[in-house]
Ligand binder design. Structure first.
Ligand SMILES: NC(=O)C1=CN([C@@H]2O[C@H](COP(=O)(O)OP(=O)(O)OC[C@H]3O[C@@H](n4cnc5c(N)ncnc54)[C@H](OP(=O)(O)O)[C@@H]3O)[C@@H](O)[C@H]2O)[C@@H](O)CC1
Ligand SMILES: Nc1ncnc2c1ncn2[C@@H]1O[C@H](COP(=O)(O)OP(=O)(O)O)[C@@H](O)[C@H]1O
Length: 314
């Protein structure tokens, strides 16, 4: 029986009721025209997820840089770095304001620190395999300067939260960020970036147009998160649940996506793995829980991935 796009949207409209969603990311068969709307299944994850190889070392799993945190939102940086760490990046470095250094060292001793002052002066961030920017970053001049530097360096980024708010006022930066960047807005951030929308159908159409125009991946977060790839296809993630509706959950997701980019996955694959395992970790914890904190979710991720790997034989 056909599944329609409207199933995955919180509001109703005529168009989405007519759009068929394909099961899985591959084509159904050579004769059938594939739909731009595809539901991510376990088989897709199995095909994407790579095992950790024998004799491998931290250098094989990439180095991620987290640019996040401000005086009152240092927690967002810690949560993002924690998501990155728990999703398996070989090395994670966080650049937070100096006032957050003690918190960083106490909460996440595995994570290294890079002085913000050095970041703005650095002419190359090439040693980092993934760069996430935005959670709790603030919108002050320093944050704007960081985004300007990243644009000049032409390295793809994972942009979230305050980075998106800054980009919404700076089209010159938005359209000059490196291709294969990943944008992770929730509904409000999406509308701030790309304009107000009447309903989710319209929002998705704008997302498709903008992902193609930017040559980047847009992760539009909601109960069902939509991963819109560079071709304008909409991949629907169905893991996750309302127990996850607590502050900081998106910060963890951003760190996880950065970890997968650092490990060598493409922008699209990293977004898929991040969303799937983020939601799946939440589903596992929610079996015995009314709500889940973002820190708990991050800690669950290695268990979730291992359980999936063992069950699917990947
Ligand atoms: N511990 C820390 O340090 C934390 C730091 N954080 C960091 O702080 C910074 C600012 O974060 P923020 O929460 O003030 O702003 P933001 O997320 O834009 O919400 C603004 C308004 O948008 C809405 N809205 C929000 N989410 C929505 C959704 N999914 N779907 C639909 N609507 C949604 C909602 O409006 P309402 O719907 O209630 O009218 C909400 O009031 C940011 O950098 C972030 O990373 C947080 O991560 C928390 C933990
Ligand atoms: N009801 C829900 N069902 C599934 N996932 C949810 C639900 N509520 C929140 N989430 C997930 O939690 C994350 C929230 O992200 P975001 O709003 O950016 O959080 P924050 O800014 O507080 O870190 C998203 O990945 C979203 O998909």
């Amino acid at each position: 029986m056909a599944v329609f796009l409207s199933t995955f949207l919180p509001d109703s409209d005529a168009s989405s009721k007519l759009q068929v969603v394909d099961e899985g990311l591959g084509k159904l068969s050579s004769e059938e025209e594939s739909s731009p709307y595809k539901l991510i299944g376990d088989r897709d994850i199995k095909a994407i997820l790579k095992p950790r190889r024998p004799f491998s070392h931290k250098g094989n799993y990439g180095h991620a840089l987290i640019i996040a945190g401000d005086m009152k939102t240092m927690g967002a940086a810690l949560l993002c770095a924690s998501g990155c760490l728990h999703a398996g990046a070989g090395l994670t470095t966080a650049t937070v304001p100096e006032s957050g250094l003690t918190a960083l060292n106490s909460a996440l001793p595995e994570v290294m620190y890079l002085d913000r002052k050095h970041l703005v002066k650095i002419k190359s961030l090439k040693k980092y395999d993934a760069i996430a920017v935005g959670p709790g970053l603030g919108k002050q001049l320093e944050a704007v300067c960081i985004l300007e530097e990243l644009m000049v360096l032409k390295q793809a980024v994972i942009a979230d939260a305050d980075a998106l708010n800054i980009l919404s006022k700076r089209e010159d930066l938005l359209f000059h960020l490196a291709k294969d960047s990943i944008f992770t807005p929730h509904l409000k951030e999406f509308d701030i970036l790309f304009g107000k929308h009447k309903n989710w159908w319209e929002r998705l159409q704008t997302g498709r147009t903008m992902a193609k125009k930017l040559g980047s991946v847009i992760v539009l977060k909601n109960q069902y998160t939509f991963i819109i790839d560079q071709q304008g296809d909409v991949l629907i993630n169905s893991t996750g649940n309302p127990a996850m509706a607590q502050g900081g959950m998106g910060d963890v997701l951003t760190g996880m996506i950065a970890a997968y980019v650092a490990q060598g996955y493409s922008a699209k694959a990293a977004a898929i793995l991040g969303c799937y395992f983020h939601g799946k970790a939440g589903d596992e914890l929610a079996t015995g829980r009314y709500n889940i904190t973002a820190s708990e979710l991050a800690a669950q991720v290695p268990v979730t991935v291992k359980t999936f790997q063992d069950k699917s034989g990947s």
